[in-house]
Every structure is written in C-alpha cells, then in structure tokens.
Design a protein around this ligand. Structure first.
Ligand code: ADP
Length: 429
C-alpha cells in the first residue's frame, strides 16, 4: 500500500469511528429520554458533548499521525506545501525539523536522484556542510547559506539557502519546517573566470611590447647613446612594438563596442560589394609585399544587406589580412561573393576568403574565434597579430544575425566564409 492509500484509509477509518460514537450516543440518549430516565435538555447537552469529543479526538489522532510520519504531509494529494515546492524555479526540498524530506521538486530530483520522501536528506545529499547548515537553521531560526561545488558529471557551483519557515496551525500554534533551495552559480563563475582570464591575457599582451620598449629606451640612453646605426634599428623596432600596442588597444575597444551593441541589429541597407573592393584595394601593398595575388570574384550589380559599414570593413580586413599573413605560402588568395537562396524565400550572402597556405589542424578550428587564441603564438606576434581578429569578426557577424564558417584542410589552405541574411524585398516590389 502506498503512503497515499495508507493515509486515505486511516482518514476514512477515523471518520467512521467518530460517526459510530455519535450514532451510539444518539441511541443511548434517545433511549434514556424515552424511558423518562433523563430530561430532554440534559440529553441534548450530553449528546452535543459526546459528539464534539468524538470529532476532536479524531482530529487529534490525525494531527499526531502527521507528526509521527511527516512524509505523509506532502504525500497528500493537493497538499499546498507539495504544490509550492513543485512550482519553485530552482531545485527545492522541504524538510522537517529532523532533516527528513517532506517534499521536493523535479529539479531537486535531478540534482540528487536518491531523494526519498520520509527519509533523511543526508542520505541523498552527502555533504557535511549542508547538514550542518540544516542544524543551524533550525536551532537559530535564521536562514543559512552554504556554497558547494560538484565535480561529477561536470563542474558546477551552487549556493544553497536553508530557510526556516513557520506555518500557523489550526489551533493557533505554529509548525516549522525548512526549505532548502539550490541556486546554480556556474554561469556566474564562468563569467568571472572569463573576465579574469581576459584581463590576464590583455595585460600580458600589452606587457610584452611595453617591456621591449623600455628595454630599448634603456639601451638608447646607455650603451647605444652614441651609436647612430643602432639607434636607427632600435627606433624601427620600437615603432613596430608601439604600433602593436596601439592595434591591441584598438581591437579591445572595437570588441567591447561590438559586444555592447550585440543585441542591436544594424538596420542600414548598404551595398556590400564596394566594401569588399575597398578592403582588397587597401591590402594590395601587403599582398605585394607577401608576393600573394588576390583573385576577386564579385558580382557587377549591388548586393544589399542590412549592415554597419565600419564593422563590415573590419570583418573583411581581418579575414583577407589573415589569409595574406598566414596563407602567404600558397601564393594566392581568392575572395568571392555568392547569394544563396534559402528554403523560405530568404536568401543569404556568402563572402568567402580562401587561401592555399598551410591550413589549420582540425583541433584548432572550434577555438579560433576565442579571444587571444592562436595556433602559433610566435607566428601571430611576429606578424603583428593580437589574437583578437577572429573573435571580433565573429561578434560582428553575429550582430548582423549572420554566421562565420571555417573550413580547412591541412597543407591545402583555409576558407573563412562570412554569411549574412539578405533582407526580403518589400511585398510591393
Ligand atoms: P591574430 O591577430 O593572431 O591574427 P586572429 O584572431 O585573427 O588573431 O587569428 C587567430 C589565429 O588563427 C591566428 O593566430 C592564426 O594562428 C590562425 N589563423 C587565422 N587565419 C588563418 C589562416 N588563413 N590560415 C592559417 N591560420 C590562420
């Protein structure tokens, strides 16, 4: 028999008992009145007393049954405690004063699958700090907060709040239980870790050129003071380092600007073709320097998308410059634009930048758009890279509600494709 059936059966038998006493009292008092052994007034008063006593006794029995078996409280169909706990958005467990489970919701079940009503919560959550908090919350009547982390199946951090709650009873007293809620702190922790990593990375990136600059300044003030040749050489290096620092700060600012407006989709309609041409023209000197030929395949008619001109310039600048820097050994870079029709009538503009250089090993592909991620740090630095370019590209493309595809075959080159949704033409057009 389940706890529910048990409780319903005991409730039914309680009511039956009370009715039986009332009926017997009615027969006895009626008989006494009929036999003239008792005045009718006394009989009515006596009957009323017995009836009240029978029902109060039944009530008291029900109450003591509930205290003896607290789990039954939450097992009752339609129990408010059960309903409230089930409706809480976080994992929640209601406990009695001894730490036995009265009710819990589905989210708590997935956190601690061994939870059972009527059993001690410590059997399902084997964490001494939580059990201590339960004891303290009950003893002091104050909320207790405990932080704990889980390693398996994955790293998760929780803050658990144990809150004592007093519920008024029918007889003017109060019954207390504890409500334990779990707040998942994992996303917050991750953001905190990311922020700390970001600051560490950014300062490290700035410190390197800064250290080089200070070193050269000292050399120029000391040993190389009267050496015009060395001065020329060092000043050139110093200028390159200063440019790198400026570029890093520029990239950091752009990234934070794009992040701030990530949810605002650009709404200016612009022709993307001249933007790509402008970037290619601007990078011709670098291409010549690296002995790379840029092959451009663009439509002769305008291709309109909703976009931010400055941001799109940054996207194509980064992609084409990377192809020229890292894929130079291939000797050529292909830049093309195609418009692909989607199933629902919406079309997508795809701008592909393909190089024929060394390519990128598959294990790096998913991480390329992370801030400061580089396949080869030394190679990137020697090319003046900041490790922020692709991260910026991804953020800009996302803000345009587009996507960035990266494909690569080792020794055959890499293709970076920026895809942008094309606005549907107005119905009248
Ligand atoms: P960086 O400032 O270092 O160029 P990016 O975010 O633009 O930073 O690129 C991240 C890394 O991805 C680069 O350091 C490089 O290792 C790799 N990468 C980017 N584009 C290419 C490419 N076309 N071919 C090979 N590797 C590339």
């Amino acid at each position: 028999m389940s706890l529910d059936d048990d409780l319903i059966a005991s409730r039914k038998s309680g009511w039956r008992g009370a009715r039986f006493v009332t009926l017997t009292a009615a027969i006895v008092f009626a008989g006494l009145v009929l036999l003239n052994a008792l005045a009718i007034g006394y009989a009515v008063a006596g009957f009323a007393l017995v009836t009240a006593a029978a029902f109060l006794a039944r009530r008291a029995g029900e109450e003591s049954g509930r205290l003896a078996r607290p789990a039954a409280v939450s097992e009752r169909a339609g129990d408010p405690l059960e309903a409230v706990v089930a409706g809480l958005p976080d994992p929640a467990i209601a406990l009695d004063r001894n730490g036995r489970v009265l009710a819990f919701n589905e989210r708590a079940r997935s956190l601690a699958p061994a939870l059972r009503r009527g059993e001690l919560v410590s059997l399902a959550l084997r964490m001494p700090e939580l059990n201590e908090a339960i004891g303290r919350a009950y003893a002091r009547g104050e909320e207790q907060r405990v932080e704990y982390s889980e390693r398996v199946p994955r790293d998760r951090w929780f803050e658990t709040i144990v809150m004592p709650i007093a519920v008024p009873t029918t007889f003017g007293g109060s019954e207390s239980f504890l409500l334990m809620t779990f707040h998942d702190q994992t996303p917050l922790r991750r953001v905190e870790e990311m922020r700390a990593d970001f600051v560490a990375n950014a300062s490290h990136e700035l410190r390197t050129p800064l250290a080089a600059l200070s070193g050269f300044i000292e050399t120029l003030q000391g040993p190389a003071r009267d050496d015009p040749k060395a001065r020329e050489r060092f000043l050139a290096i110093m200028q390159a380092q200063a440019t790198r620092m400026a570029r890093l700060i520029d990239d950091l600012l752009s990234l934070s600007r794009v992040e701030l407006s990530a949810h605002v989709r650009p709404d200016t309609l612009i022709d993307i073709v001249p933007i790509i041409r402008e970037v290619v023209d601007g990078l011709e000197p670098l291409a010549r320097d690296r002995q790379v030929e840029i092959e451009v395949s663009l439509p002769s008619t305008p291709v309109i998308i909703a976009g931010d001109r400055e941001e799109l310039l940054r996207v194509f600048e980064n992609l084409i410059e990377n192809a020229l820097k890292y894929g130079a050994s291939g000797g050529r870079v292909a830049v093309s634009l195609v418009t692909v029709a989607g199933v629902d009538g919406a079309s997508e503009v795809r701008v592909a930048v393909r190089d024929f250089g060394p390519g990128i090993a598959p294990e790096h592909l998913p991480r390329l758009t992370e801030r400061f991620y580089r396949v080869d740090v030394g190679d990137s630095r020697s090319q003046g890279g900041t490790g922020l370019g692709l991260s910026l590209v991804k953020h800009i493309v996302n803000r345009h509600r587009g996507r960035l595809l990266i494909e690569s075959v080792l020794k055959k080159g890499a293709t970076f494709t920026a895809c942008f949704p094309q606005p549907k033409p107005p119905a009248s057009a």
